[in-house]
Write a protein that binds this ligand. Structure first.
Ligand code: ADP
Ligand code: MG
Length: 324
């Protein structure tokens, strides 16, 4: 059963100097209980997509298309309903927990807050549920009395995960949940996320610039470039035999889970991702593409079937498809 469906989603920020098309016509589906990874370099529109899912974008963002959560359109929901959906049906874990935690409030009170707001616990019972949640994320229950600065980065990220789990949502959106952590801690937090979603049958949208991390956790993978999905399919296959040259470069950049040396730019791929306000003509990737043809400068190829439940937006894929 489909839990989440994005249908031609677009997000454009309006700024003083013009329009920033950050997400351009993304269509994706996520089955109940499944995990979808969204990959791409910095600036490809991943966080914009994540925030659009719960309508957390700033007011200068114009959103088009549809976001269906269990058939209900997030974008046209009344505010009251939207507030009910947040935390209780879908919650989000951001990169670097310092942004999500209030430095002057105790951990336990912060985890209890969504429970109280959604009337899922009475004030005198919230402590019990907080203790349960801390245990689930591998923290001792006495940590409820700590302040965020008394915890390590990995522990703070565990607290964010406990908050996201608090109201038993069906969907968790995790935006670079381990990017700010060092390698060992990153692996632990990833294992925790994997275990929790499997145990509690939660669906996951996980965002990362690191394809190996996503291939490890997710069933399906979508690779974004300049606001578009350029490749989609089962995660192992996409990671190990990329169809789009951009995916190939990303996969080569992150050969092992969380390898810190390979964290930066994709290897063998020169240049920077394009400025959304100044996108190249044709295929947005063509100026950096090692296998670009002349026609790529004018031809904007859409997603084509690329084998079993796979798609990729590349002339080479299209040529193969048309030949077969
Ligand atoms: P990612 O998470 O993949 O790094 P983002 O979604 O953060 O990408 O950003 C996508 C594009 O949108 C970038 O070019 C970024 O500069 C731009 N952008 C992000 N937030 C805003 C904003 N509030 N106003 C204007 N442009 C923004
Ligand atoms: Mg981001």
């Amino acid at each position: 059963m489909t839990l989440l469906e994005l249908d031609d989603l677009s997000v454009t920020y309006r700024i003083a100097s013009g329009e920033v098309p950050a997400v351009r016509g993304v269509s994706l589906k996520l089955d109940s209980g499944a995990a979808l990874g969204v990959a791409g370099e910095s600036g490809s529109g991943k966080s914009t997509l994540a925030m659009a899912l719960l309508r957390l974008l700033p007011r200068d963002a114009r959103v088009g298309g549809r976001i269906l959560l269990d058939g209900e359109d997030i974008l046209t929901m009344k505010w009251g309903r939207m507030r009910a959906v947040r935390w209780a049906e879908a919650s989000i874990v951001f990169q670097g927990a310092q942004h999500g935690l209030n430095p002057v409030r105790r951990i336990g009170d912060q985890i209890a807050e969504p429970l109280l707001v959604h009337n899922l616990a009475k004030p005198d019972q919230a402590g019990k549920r907080v203790a349960e949640l801390l245990e689930q994320v591998g923290l001792p229950t006495w940590r409820a009395r700590s302040y965020p600065h008394e915890l390590s980065g990995g522990q703070r990220q565990r607290v964010m995960i406990a908050m996201a789990l608090a109201c038993k949502p069906r969907l968790i959106i995790a935006d670079e949940p381990t990017t700010a952590l060092d390698v060992m801690v990153q692996a632990q937090v990833l294992t925790l996320i994997k275990e929790l979603i499997a145990e509690q049958n939660i669906s996951l949208v996980m965002i990362s610039h690191d394809l190996s991390v996503l291939a490890d956790v997710c069933d399906q993978l979508a690779v974004m470039y300049a606001g578009r999905v350029v490749e989609h399919g089962p995660s192992r296959e996409v990671f190990h035999e990329a169809k789009h040259p951009y995916t190939g470069a990303l996969a080569a950049a992150f050969p092992t889970v969380g390898d810190p040396v390979s964290r930066l730019a994709p290897k063998g791929l020169g240049g920077d991702p394009p400025d959304p306000m100044d996108l190249p003509t044709g295929c947005s990737f063509h100026p950096r593409c090692p296998v670009a043809l002349e026609e790529c400068a004018s031809l904007d190829v859409e997603l084509w079937p690329a084998g079993d439940s796979r798609t990729a937006a590349c002339v080479h894929v299209r040529a193969k498809e048309e030949a077969s």
